[in-house]
Design a protein around this ligand. Structure first.
Ligand SMILES: C[S@@+](CC[C@H](N)C(=O)[O-])C[C@H]1O[C@@H](n2cnc3c(N)ncnc32)[C@H](O)[C@@H]1O
Length: 288
C-alpha cells in the first residue's frame, strides 16, 4: 500500500519553504519563520541572498497567492487544505470570514509543530471562522474520508501546493481518485498549484542546487514525478475524470519579493530577451 511509505521524509521541505516565505508578506510567514532554527534541508544561501535565492522566494510567494486568487473565484464555505506544511492560509482566511470552515492538514509531526507555533504566538485570538488543524496522510482513504465527514453538507474546495511532485504516478492516481469521489458526491472543486513541467534538458541546471538539495531532489524523484508537458498534464487529469476550468495568472509585479529580486539580478539577466521557462501552473479542476 502506498501509505506504508514514509512520507515524513518529505516534511523537512516545508521548513525550507517557511524560511523563504519569511522574506515575503504572506500572512504570518515572518513571525512563524522567526521561530524556527536556521538549519534546513536545501542548504539555502541565507547569507548572501543572491539572485537565485530571490527567484525561489518569488516562486513560492507567487505559488501561494495563485491559490488565493482561484479561491476568490469560488464561494465555498468548506475548504480542505492537503499537505499545508507551515502555511497559515486557513488562519488568515478564518480571520476574515466567520462563515468559513477550513480544515488544514499535513502529516502529524508538521501539524503538531504548527499548532505549537500558533499557540506560542497566540495567532488564533481573533479567528472568526472555524479552523481545524488535523493530521492527515492524504493517501490514506479512510482517514481522508473521516476528515471530509467533518464538513457540513455542501460544496467543498480542496487545495494543495507542493505535494504532487513527491508522488509517483500510482500515488497521484490514488489521490485523484479520492478527490474525484469526494467532489462528485459533494460538488466543489480542486485547486492545485502542482502542475509542474519537467525542465527541458538544456535548462536542467537553470537553478543551481546545493549538494544537499540535489540529494533531496533525487531521493524523492522530484524531476521524474513532474509532468512531461502541459498537454500531458491535461491528459493525465482528464483520464482521472477532471476538467481544468480556470488557471491562475499571478502578476509578478504584485510580489513583495520583486524589489529584492531586481536588485540582485545580474546584468546579463536584466538585458536578456530570453524569458525564463514556465515551470509551474495553478489549476482549478472540476470532477466531471
Ligand atoms: C514542499 S512541502 C509544501 C508545504 C506547503 N504546502 C507549502 O507550500 O509551503 C511538502 C509537504 O507535504 C507533506 N506531505 C508529504 N507527504 C504527504 C502525504 N502523504 N500526506 C499529506 N502531506 C504530505 C509534507 O509533510 C510537507 O509539509
Amino acid at each position: 500500500m502506498a501509505h506504508s511509505k514514509d512520507y515524513s521524509s518529505i516534511s523537512p521541505s516545508a521548513k525550507s519553504l517557511l524560511m523563504m516565505k519569511g522574506y515575503t508578506q504572506i500572512p504570518y510567514a515572518q513571525q512563524t519563520a522567526a521561530l524556527v532554527d536556521g538549519k534546513e534541508i536545501f542548504d539555502l544561501n541565507f547569507e548572501d541572498k543572491d539572485f537565485f535565492f530571490w527567484l525561489r522566494v518569488m516562486h513560492f510567494e507567487s505559488r501561494y497567492w495563485s491559490i488565493d486568487q482561484l479561491l476568490k473565484q469560488t464561494d465555498s464555505k468548506n475548504i480542505l487544505e492537503l499537505s499545508s506544511g507551515y502555511s497559515l492560509r486557513g488562519l488568515a482566511l478564518c480571520d476574515a470570514d466567520a462563515q468559513l470552515h477550513y480544515i488544514d492538514t499535513d502529516l502529524s509531526d508538521v501539524i503538531a509543530h504548527k499548532q505549537n507555533m500558533i499557540a506560542q504566538l497566540q495567532l488564533d485570538k481573533n479567528t472568526k471562522g472555524k479552523l481545524e488543524l488535523l493530521p492527515l496522510n492524504a493517501l490514506d482513504s479512510s482517514a481522508f474520508n473521516d476528515v471530509i465527514n467533518k464538513f457540513d453538507n455542501g460544496p467543498l474546495t480542496i487545495v494543495n501546493e507542493g505535494l504532487l511532485m513527491y508522488l509517483n504516478m500510482d500515488e497521484k492516481k490514488q489521490l485523484c481518485k479520492l478527490i474525484h469521489h469526494t467532489l462528485k458526491q459533494r460538488g466543489g472543486c480542486w485547486i492545485t498549484a502542482d502542475v509542474y513541467i519537467k525542465l527541458p534538458a538544456d535548462k536542467a541546471n537553470y537553478l543551481p542546487k546545493s549538494k544537499s538539495e540535489a540529494e533531496f531532489t533525487q531521493q524523492h524523484n522530484i524531476e521524474e514525478n513532474k509532468f512531461d508537458s502541459i498537454e500531458q498534464a491535461h491528459a493525465f487529469f482528464k483520464e482521472q475524470g477532471f476538467e481544468m476550468v480556470a488557471e491562475a495568472t499571478v502578476d509578478f509585479k504584485d510580489m513583495s519579493a520583486l524589489p529584492q529580486l531586481l536588485k540582485a539580478m545580474p546584468e546579463e539577466a536584466r538585458n536578456s530577451k530570453v524569458r525564463p521557462p514556465k515551470i509551474q501552473s495553478t489549476w482549478m479542476l472540476k470532477a466531471v
